[in-house]
Design a protein. Structure first.
Ligand code: SF4
Length: 55
């Protein structure tokens, strides 16, 4: 896994294995964002579906 920061994707989820270790960025070249709600209305209705838990 390449953990170079992608300066286009800010992220603070340090528990994700795709997180840049040294700064608050994602290390992926692209991510997939989705929703778990039928009609999303707030920030917390949407998700980073590229999240993978860090082991
Ligand atoms: S995959 Fe999503 S949750 Fe994980 S570091 Fe990247 S933006 Fe953050």
């Amino acid at each position: 896994m390449d953990h170079n920061a992608n300066k286009s994707i800010k992220c603070t989820v340090e528990q994700c294995r795709n997180h840049c270790d040294s700064a608050n960025y994602c290390a992926l070249s692209e991510i997939h964002v989705g929703t778990h709600e039928p009609n999303p209305t707030e920030t917390q209705c949407v998700d980073c579906n590229s999240f993978e838990v860090r082991h």
